[in-house]
Design a protein around this ligand. Structure first.
Ligand SMILES: Cc1cc2nc3c(=O)[nH]c(=O)nc-3n(C[C@H](O)[C@H](O)[C@H](O)COP(=O)(O)OP(=O)(O)OC[C@H]3O[C@@H](n4cnc5c(N)ncnc54)[C@H](O)[C@@H]3O)c2cc1C
Length: 415
């Protein structure tokens, strides 16, 4: 017989000095087990617990220890996907997300994010000189005019004040402090989040019979949900589902640590008017009192094929040309490689939206963007409803003996 929580395999009434073979036979049970505590798993855990499911999350190392802690924290409405001149499927799917997150930040959404630190409630778009007229026409068009506004002189942020000789646009996008986001989500469901490096027991069809914990206890569930980001590759290798495959899109990100105080959150739009901004800059406070500029966009995509020294050299030259009023003499430049993980696309490009692939009693999930975590959770809730899976009873049972994982460290605080 299986019940939730601990279940002795035999009728053992004593608890002291338990023989190891009894410990290994212990059987635990939950409605749903989530594998991976990045933004996808954490958001989902909140939704499932709120719906009454006995759901737990197992994290291998630390919360967000993959793409989420490495992300720039931008919650965007998709305008950057429209820079090529048209609204794509991606820009439409993502359009409502900033408002959704704002409701959550105010405690009025599907997940309570009060306590999460907002780094900026605005994002800027800065066209380089030769694209200005085209950009002005594009941003003024009906397609995007509700999403971007030219900034009045009086409202130009400190960083750019006195240095602009063309327009700057303001987007309705926000930037979150990701460690505080992970902390808020983790603490909100702390009793049901555990650190453990586990393996899956399964049949030949890829159905999971149990998650085996490091001490040998077996955790069974009606549904296993893989939200391990790049780590989903391990579950795919193990279970060999026919329906689900993954792709990785590599980046080499640059971190510039310096002592400039005015923060900056801006997409710099290149002369080639490409669909990806030439440079995407976010500013992050570091524990040692310095500021980290975190550089993504085309620079990081092209950087994926470059040697670190070559990319850092190119970045120094680019920043000096773009921001001649800034002094980078004492700044420290670092770079690191990281893969974005998504459901595989036939053209290898970024999927337009979140992805949930269902096979047997497993769901394989990728949000595609931090921004799309709420959409992914909704897709999973719909998939669960389609299966007719209902909360099966006592959702208060916890798993003893496993630690809370804590939140991963940002790259800039480890440098
Ligand atoms: C450099 C960079 C910048 C980005 N910037 C943005 C941005 O500004 N805005 C935006 O919307 N999107 C951004 N993204 C995309 C966004 O970060 C990702 O889409 C999102 O974080 C993916 O979340 P996830 O939970 O699926 O995966 P992850 O965040 O990678 O989380 C997976 C978790 O699973 C755990 N795990 C792995 N293996 C196992 C296992 N075997 N068992 C248990 N747990 C396991 C990991 O430790 C990790 O905690 C960025 C991505 C990158 C790489």
């Amino acid at each position: 017989m299986k019940t939730r929580g601990y279940q002795w395999a035999t009728d053992v009434t004593y608890t002291a000095r338990v023989p190891i073979y009894f410990v290994n036979c212990m059987q635990l049970s939950q409605d749903i087990v989530i594998l991976g505590g990045g933004i996808a798993g954490l958001w989902l855990l909140h939704r499932l617990r709120a719906a009454g499911f006995a759901a737990v999350l197992i994290e291998k190392s630390a919360l967000g220890d993959g793409q989420t802690i490495a992300s720039q924290g931008m919650i965007h409405g998709g305008l950057k996907y429209a820079l090529g001149g048209t609204l794509t499927g991606a820009s439409e799917a993502i359009a409502g997300m900033p408002a959704h997150w704002q409701r959550c930040l105010h405690g009025e959404g599907d997940v309570d994010l009060r306590g999460t630190r907002l780094l900026s409630d605005t994002y800027y778009l800065w066209p380089r000189s030769s694209v200005r007229s085209r950009m002005t026409a594009f941003l003024g068009s009906k397609l995007v005019s509700s999403k971007a506004r030219a900034v009045a002189d009086a409202d130009v942020p400190d960083f750019f004040r006195g240095h602009l000789n063309g327009p700057l646009y303001r987007l309705h996008d926000i930037v979150l402090d990701v460690p505080s986001l992970l902390h808020t989500l983790g603490e909100g469901c702390r009793p049901w989040i555990y650190r453990a490096d586990c393996r899956l027991e399964h049949d030949a069809n890829g159905n999971v019979s149990a998650l085996v914990l490091p001490d040998g206890r077996r955790l069974s569930a009606g549904l296993f949900i893989c939200t391990s980001g790049n780590g989903n590759a391990v579950w795919l290798d193990t279970l060999q589902p026919i329906a689900a495959t993954m792709q990785q899109r590599p980046l080499q990100m640059v971190v510039v640590k310096h002592r400039m105080t005015a923060p900056i959150y801006v997409h710099c739009v290149a002369d080639n008017f490409s669909a990806t901004p030439e440079l995407t800059i976010t500013s992050h406070p570091c524990r040692d009192g310095s500021t980290a500029w975190y550089l993504g966009g085309e620079l990081a995509e092209r950087g994926a094929t470059m040697q670190p020294a070559e990319l850092i050299d190119a970045t120094r030259r680019k920043l000096a040309a773009m921001f001649p009023w800034c002094d980078f003499t004492n700044a420290h430049f670092h770079s690191f490689f990281i893969n974005r993980a998504d459901a595989r696309q036939s053209d290898g490009k970024r999927p337009d939206r979140d992805s949930v692939v269902s096979q047997g009693n497993v769901l394989y999930c990728w949000p595609t963007k931090l921004t799309l975590a709420p959409a992914l959770a909704q897709s999973v809730i719909s998939a669960i409803a389609a299966r007719g899976l209902q909360p099966a009873g006592d959702n208060s049972v916890t798993i003893d003996g496993l630690p809370y994982p804590g939140v991963a460290e940002t790259v800039w605080d480890t440098l």
